[in-house]
Design a protein around this ligand. Structure first.
Ligand code: 5AD
Ligand code: SF4
Length: 451
């Protein structure tokens, strides 16, 4: 460990977990760079190593401990900071586990990071930011954005729901919404800076409430963002079914910049399990919202999250989740085995579905969903879509594009196409992506190839 106050000026951040964490790391990097520190891509060259951690499931939480174990052997001279959900959960215990750890800070205290860094610079060996009792959002003057096409923007932090299996309310604290005027100002700045796609983030993004004089609803905010000239795509995630309103669909139908994509986690198809999960809706109430989405004038793609093997989940409960998959026909499903977490309500309940059975249910669910996705994607063969080219694979000579509905389309292309919006026709389909061919440019598809 470096002598107090003597650590150098380069830092490296490794991020685990969700998009919120990815974006938090971008903001943390911005704060550090604003104070004269330099970001490096190689941990070997860094004086400060930061781990932005995730504790949503046991396996994710373990990652930081294995990093610290490996680290101990390699470099004794660096300063380590542990950020994010595991930092919040384990707190000062990190100092015992790894002597190089000098900073432990949960996301609700990130606005204190400059002050904590100053304390380290002034010679303090160990500093913590673990207070959850905050009404502040993490505002940064500089954010280092890592994705050249899609700018993430957090509009609400924390979570006030109390799903019985979930650590987020205890690791991220209570809900804090950023005021609409600040959000709109940042969106305009991002568009001026060249971004054409913005993704609004929040653990429960549609529970956002406006404290600005504008007093916008969430749907009203979407409309205002979508109207910003130059902005082509607006996504938002994650929506909670309880706060999902028909006005959101109306906004998507009205403003083309709002993407044809909704992520609406259901978690389970059985009312008995939903009740124990404390999700605050029934299967029928959830399905009613799906029916609103399906009744939209625009064809919407819907994705979800599902947990299998939650406490007391019977075979019949699981069958109801499978039947929900058939009923909704999702375009994408993120599915997980239930993992008991400390300081959650369900953490004290019997984790009574054996791991092999959880594994069997997960495989069965994923196979059922795979068939649905193959069917849905094959129905798109021959259709034409606009894609944003996000990458290029030189070995295959293929461009990788994304539709507004969040589908990936691979097509023969050129490296220069990256960053452009192009029209493609779908020629083949697998469960997770489409194959296409470029067709003539339409609208503002950028400089034409072959025209
Ligand atoms: N075990 C398994 N999956 C979980 N998730 C949240 N908590 C747990 C847990 N304890 C899943 C939910 C959530 C997604 C981000 O992670 O499906 O929507
Ligand atoms: Fe966790 Fe539920 Fe909040 Fe989502 S809504 S972050 S699952 S507590």
């Amino acid at each position: 460990m470096p002598a107090p106050g003597t650590f150098g000026h380069t830092f490296y951040i490794e991020t685990f977990g969700c998009q919120m964490n990815v974006h938090d790391s971008e903001k943390v990097a911005g704060v550090l760079m604003g104070r004269g520190l330099e970001a490096v891509e190689d941990p070997e060259q860094a004086d400060i190593i930061l781990y932005n951690t995730c504790s949503i499931r046991e396996k994710a939480a373990q990652k930081v401990f294995s990093r610290l174990g490996a680290f101990k052997k390699k470099h004794g001279d660096k300063l380590i900071g542990v950020l994010g959900c595991v930092a919040q959960q384990e707190g000062e215990k990190f100092f015992e586990r790894a002597p190089q750890v000098g900073l432990v800070c949960g996301s609700a205290s990130y606005s204190r990071l400059p002050e904590l860094l100053d304390q380290l610079k002034a010679g303090k060996r160990r500093v913590t930011g673990l207070d959850l009792d905050t009404d502040e959002c993490f505002e940064t003057e500089i954010t280092r954005r890592d994705n050249p096409f899609r700018a993430y923007l957090t509009i609400i932090e924390g979570c006030d729901k109390a799903c019985s299996y979930c650590v987020v309310p205890t690791t991220r604290g209570p809900e804090r919404s950023r005021p609409a005027d600040r959000i709109l100002e940042e969106c305009r700045r991002l568009v001026d800076g060249g971004y054409s796609e913005i993704q609004l983030l929040g653990q429960t993004v549609n529970s956002w409430r406006d404290s600005s004089p504008l007093r916008l609803s969430f749907a009203g905010l979407l409309a205002r963002v979508a109207k910003i000239p130059g902005l082509k795509r607006v996504r938002f995630t994650t929506s909670h079914p309880r706060d999902f309103t028909p006005e959101i669909i109306e906004a998507i139908d009205t403003y083309p910049a709002l993407c044809d994509q909704i992520h609406l986690p259901v978690q389970c198809g059985s009312d008995a399990v939903l009740k124990r999960m404390r999700r605050t809706y029934t299967r029928d109430e959830y399905l009613e919202k799906i029916d609103w989405i399906r009744a939209a004038r625009r064809e919407m793609s819907i994705s979800t999250d599902i947990i299998v093997g939650f406490c007391g989940e019977t075979e019949d409960d699981f069958e109801q989740t499978l039947s929900l998959l058939d009923r909704v026909e999702y375009d994408q499903v993120f599915s997980f085995k239930y993992s008991p977490r400390p300081k959650t309500a369900a953490g004290d309940w019997a984790d009574d579905v054996p791991d092999v059975e959880k594994g069997r249910r997960l495989t069965e669910l994923q196979e059922r969903q795979r068939q649905i996705q193959i069917r849905r994607n094959q129905a798109l063969i021959g259709r034409e879509f606009e894609v944003l080219v996000e990458g290029y694979q030189p070995r295959l000579g293929q461009a990788v594009g994304r539709t507004t509905s969040n589908r990936v389309v691979n097509f023969a292309g050129e490296a220069e196409w990256v960053g452009r919006y192009l029209e493609v026709r779908v020629t083949a389909a697998g469960p997770n992506s489409l194959v296409g061919e470029r067709i003539g440019p339409r609208g503002d598809g950028g400089a034409g190839y072959g025209c």
